[in-house]
Design a protein around this ligand. Sequence first.
Ligand code: NDP
Length: 282
Amino acid sequence: MTANILDGAALAKSIRADMARRAAALAAQGRQPGLAVILVGDDAASSVYVRNKVKDCEESGIRSTLDRLPAATTQEALLARIRALNADPAVHGILVQLPLPVHIDPHTVIETISPEKDVDGFHVASAGALMTGQRGFLPCTPYGVMKMLEHAGAQLRGAEAVVIGRSNIVGKPQALLLLQADATVTICHSRTRDLAAHTRRADIVVAAVGRAKMITGDMIKPGAIVIDVGMNRDEHGKLCGDVDFDSTAQVAGWITPVPGGVGPMTRAMLLVNTIEAAERAG
Ligand code: NDP
């Protein structure tokens, strides 16, 4: 193996420690940061995610509440709950865990969250702020990836960056952040004709697809930084990314592991956004 490991778990730990200090400073002024999490229904994976988010908050001195609403909750009842949280000065961040039951429109729900409390960064106001270079909240996964690139000392200015995936929560905001950092950015997706032709000339590859081990070492330029956002199960049911770690690590300069890469950073950046929301609330 030639690649250095970009250890997201270790970086996330230091970010959490930093956030605990900022939370304590706010609490000392009587302004303890608060995050409200809403889970509708009983999706098993979502239950684990929200439990982890609440646990992270507790460990960092952020007050958190978890509303577990039944799957049959009406959209109007959910919106009413969000409006109440919007008006609560002790709540600085509101997170509605996705996916929602099919009878609830996720766009309406997200747009009901006050942009000042949109710590997931999914509101159109946050997306618009990112697009136009204004202050908003960055979606946690691409924000975490940028922190990892910074940590690896990546020279982004003028670099060729290839983002694979164009979702609203990962691919598109990731591409905008890299563009903001002066990289030359290509976005690839399921209709891209020759994916390998793009990845082979990239100094930075961010894979956010959801297909186990689809990026292999022969698709990577020697020395490139490879960030694996994907979370999949391999043929043995083991957690793996979109990148074939073994072959890619022979070629890349830096690589993120799965697990222990982007996942912990995504969790840490939610704390960062919540603290920032509390600090901005003044
Ligand atoms: P989406 O399903 O919303 O988007 C996947 C993207 O991959 C789409 O843009 C799709 O293209 C593209 N794609 C599909 N097949 C190919 C292909 N063969 N070649 C190139 N591009 C392709 O997923 P998300 O963005 O929400 O998530 C992506 C992955 O990241 C998932 O594995 C998810 O679990 C993981 N994830 C991990 C997080 C973490 O914290 N580690 C956080 C969020 C997500 P098209 O638009 O044309 O359909």
